[in-house]
Design a protein around this ligand. Structure first.
Ligand code: PEP
Ligand code: MG
Length: 581
C-alpha cells in the first residue's frame, strides 16, 4: 500500500516502524479522591513537575552542547511553560476543591489550556498549543509511572510514526537509529519538519490514515522527497528498496570524496560553492561538505518561537559562532526576513490579506529601525572574528537600498563612538527576488556590493504564483523564460559593473542539477545551497566545462516554455551525471 503525504525532509529510508501512541485518554469516570488524599496528590503533582523539569533540562543541555539553537529554543520555551503558574494554579485548584487525582487534574488542565491556545488569533500562541500538549504527556507519563518512550537511545533502526510527533520528542531524538519520521498531521513548515530537515532525517507529514493500517514493528519505506510511505513490503519489494538504498549510498560516498576538491569547471573556471544555514550548527555541516563559506544564513530562526526579539548580545553570539567556525571564509548573514509566511507575534505586524505582498522582510526592518539597528550592530561586531557580509532581503527599489545603507552607516558610527570593535569594511548586498530589483539591477548594483538571487521568491513574484499554494503549484516554475530573463539581467548587471561586484544565487534553483548547469552558463559564480545538496552541485559543475554550459544556456534561453527549457537542460546533462537528476 502506498500512502501519500507531504514530503517534509529529503531522503529515503526503510526500517521497522516504532509507533508513538498519544497519552492515555482522560479518566473522566475516575472516582474523586478522598479529602485526606489532597495533600498527597498535590505532592505527587509537584514531584512530577520537578522530574519533568529535570528531563527537559537534560535534553536542553545536550542541545546547547551541540550549539543547536533551534532545539535549545524549543526546549527553553517548554521549560517556561512547565513552570508557568497558570498551569500550577489550575491543577492545584482541581485537586484541592474538586478532588481530582493529580493525573486527572493535569489532563484536564492541559486540555483546557491547549484548547484556549489553539483558538487564539496570534500564530505564535496557536503554535504553543502543541507544546502544552507535549508537556502534558510528559507530566502524565511521570505521574502514571509509564516512562515516555525514550527516543534518545534506541537499540534498533526505526521509522518513527505518530499521529503527531512533538517538538520535544524531536529535540530528544536518537539521530543515529531514527531513520525516518512519519506523522499524520503537520506540514512542511511545522517545527517537526524543520527539525527533521535540520538533523537530516527524511520525513513525511500529513500522512492521513496510516496509523489505522499498521502495527508496531511493521516494515515501512518512506520517501521524504516524494512524500510517500509504503507499507506491506514483501521480500521482493524489500530487495528492490535495499538495492535503491545501496545505489543512493554509493552515490553519496562518491560525492563525499569531492568534499576537499576545489570547485572548478573542466576548463578551469573557479566557482564558489557555499551553504545555506539556519543556525550555528549548520556551519559545522557546511564545513563537513567542504563549503567555501555560508552564502545564506537565514537569521529569522533566531527570532521565532519566543516572546521578545533576541538581544544584540544574543544575536552577536550566534553570528560570531558561525563566523568563527567558518574561519576566514565568507559568511553572508541575511537580515530578518519575516512577514509573508513567517509571523512574529511580538512585532505586532498588521493582519494582511496579501502577506507576501505586504509588510515583509526589509519593509519590516525599515519600519522598525531599533529592531534593524540591533541586528546590524550584532552582525558588524561578529565580523571582527572573520569575514561577514550583510544581505538585505526583498529589496524592491533603490530607495530601500539607500535607507538600509544609511542605517548601516549609523550603526557603524554608533559602534565607533562607543569604542566597540566591529568590521568597518563589511560588504553589504541585496537579495534579487522582486522583479523590479532584477529589472533595475544596473541601478542597484552601483550602490551595493553584491547580489544574491532568491529564485524562490523571484519565481513567486514574477509569475504571480503563491509559493505555498498547493492548488497552483504546477504554475510555479523557475524555468519559465520570464524568470530566467530576470536572472540573466541581474547576473549581467553585476558583470558590467566590475569593481569586484558579483552575483550569487541562494534559492533552491541553484541546487537543481539542470538549474546549476544553466546558471553556470549564464555566468553565475556563486552558488549557495543546503549542505545536503552541495556535493551534488559540485559534481555537476566540476564535470562540465564552462564553455559547454554557456552553449547550453544560450540555446535554453531561446526556448519558449518552462517545460521546453527543462527538457532541453535535462538532455544536456552528460550521461554519467543523469543519476543525479
Ligand atoms: C529565495 O526567496 O529564493 C530565498 C532564498 O529566500 P527564502 O526562501 O528564505 O524566502
Ligand atoms: Mg526569499
Amino acid at each position: 500500500m502506498i500512502y501519500k503525504g507531504i514530503g517534509a525532509a529529503t531522503g529515503f529510508a526503510v526500517a521497522n516502524c516504532r509507533i508513538i501512541r498519544p497519552a492515555p485518554e482522560p479518566m473522566a469516570a475516575e472516582q474523586p479522591i478522598a479529602p485526606e488524599q489532597v495533600e498527597m496528590e498535590l505532592h505527587r503533582f509537584h514531584d512530577a513537575v520537578a522530574q519533568a523539569v529535570k528531563q527537559l533540562e537534560s535534553i536542553l543541555q545536550r542541545a546547547r552542547q551541540r550549539g543547536d539553537t533551534i532545539r535549545t529554543e524549543i526546549m527553553e520555551a517548554q521549560l517556561l511553560m512547565l513552570t508557568d503558574p497558570t498551569i500550577e494554579d489550575e491543577v492545584r485548584e482541581k485537586i484541592s476543591t474538586r478532588y481530582f487525582s493529580a493525573a486527572r487534574a493535569v489532563q484536564e488542565t492541559i486540555a483546557e489550556q491547549a484548547e484556549i491556545l489553539a483558538g487564539l488569533e496570534d500564530p505564535y500562541l496557536r503554535e504553543r498549543s502543541a507544546d502544552v500538549r507535549d508537556i502534558g504527556m510528559r507530566l502524565l507519563a511521570v505521574l502514571q509511572g509509564t516512562p515516555l518512550l525514550d527516543l534518545s537511545a534506541l537499540t534498533d533502526e526505526v521509522i518513527l510514526v505518530g499521529h503527531e510527533i512533538t517538538t520535544s520528542q524531536m529535540a530528544a531524538l536518537d539521530t543515529v537509529n531514527v531513520k525516518g519520521i512519519v506523522a499524520e498531521v503537520g506540514g512542511k513548515t511545522s517545527h517537526t519538519a524543520i527539525l527533521a530537515q535540520n538533523i537530516g532525517i527524511p520525513a513525511v507529514m500529513a500522512c492521513e490514515g496510516l496509523l489505522g493500517s499498521i502495527r508496531d514493528g511493521d516494515r515501512l519505506a518512506l520517501d521524504g522527497d516524494k512524500g510517500i510511505v509504503e507499507t506491506a513490503i514483501n521480500e521482493s519489494r524489500f530487495r528492490e528498496i535495499k538495492y535503491e538504498l545501496i545505489r543512493r549510498a554509493e552515490l553519496r560516498d562518491a560525492l563525499e570524496r569531492l568534499a576537499d576538491v576545489p570547485t572548478r569547471t573542466k576548463d578551469g573556471f573557479r566557482v564558489r560553492l557555499l551553504a545555506n544555514i539556519i543556525d550555528p550548527a549548520g556551519a559545522d555541516k557546511a564545513l563537513q561538505v567542504g563549503a567555501d563559506g555560508i552564502g545564506l544564513y537565514r537569521t529569522e530562526f533566531l527570532f521565532v518561537n519566543r516572546k521578545t526579539a533576541p538581544t544584540e548580545e544574543e544575536q552577536y553570539e550566534a553570528y560570531a559562532a558561525v563566523v568563527r567556525t567558518m574561519r576566514s571564509r565568507p559568511v553572508v548573514i541575511r537580515t530578518l526576513d519575516v512577514g509573508g509566511d513567517k509571523e512574529l507575534s511580538y512585532l505586532n505586524l498588521p493582519k494582511e490579506s496579501n502577506p507576501f505582498l505586504g509588510c515583509r522582510a526589509i519593509r519590516v526592518c525599515l519600519r522598525d529601525p531599533v529592531l534593524f539597528m540591533t541586528q546590524l550592530r550584532a552582525i558588524l561586531r561578529a565580523g571582527v572574528h572573520g569575514q561577514a557580509l550583510i544581505l538585505y532581503p526583498m529589496i524592491a527599489s533603490l530607495d530601500e537600498v539607500r535607507t538600509a545603507n544609511r542605517l548601516l552607516a549609523e550603526a557603524k558610527e554608533a559602534l565607533r563612538a562607543e569604542g566597540v570593535a566591529y568590521d568597518p569594511n563589511m560588504k553589504s548586498g541585496i537579495m534579487v527576488e522582486v522583479p523590479s530589483a532584477a529589472v533595475t539591477a544596473d541601478l542597484l548594483i552601483r550602490e551595493t556590493d553584491f547580489f544574491s538571487i532568491g529564485s524562490n521568491d523571484l519565481t513567486q513574484y514574477t509569475l504571480a504564483v503563491d509559493r505555498l499554494n498547493e492548488k497552483i503549484s504546477s504554475l510555479y516554475n523557475p524555468f519559465q523564460p520570464g524568470v530566467l530573463r530576470l536572472i540573466r539581467t541581474a547576473i549581467d548587471a553585476a558583470h558590467r559593473a566590475g569593481n569586484g561586484k558579483f552575483t550569487g544565487m541562494c534559492g533552491e534553483m541553484a541546487a537543481d542539477p539542470t538549474g546549476a548547469l544553466l546558471l553556470l552558463g549564464l555566468g553565475l559564480s556563486e552558488f549557495s545551497v543546503n549542505p545536503s545538496e552541495l556535493l551534488k552541485v559540485k559534481k555537476i559543475i566540476t564535470s562540465v566545462s564552462r564553455a559547454y554550459a554557456q552553449e547550453a544556456a544560450n540555446q535554453a534561453m531561446q526556448l519558449g516554455t518552462a517545460d521546453e527549457v527543462h527538457a532541453f537542460l535535462k538532455a544536456a546533462i552528460p550521461a554519467e551525471l543523469q543519476v543525479y537528476l
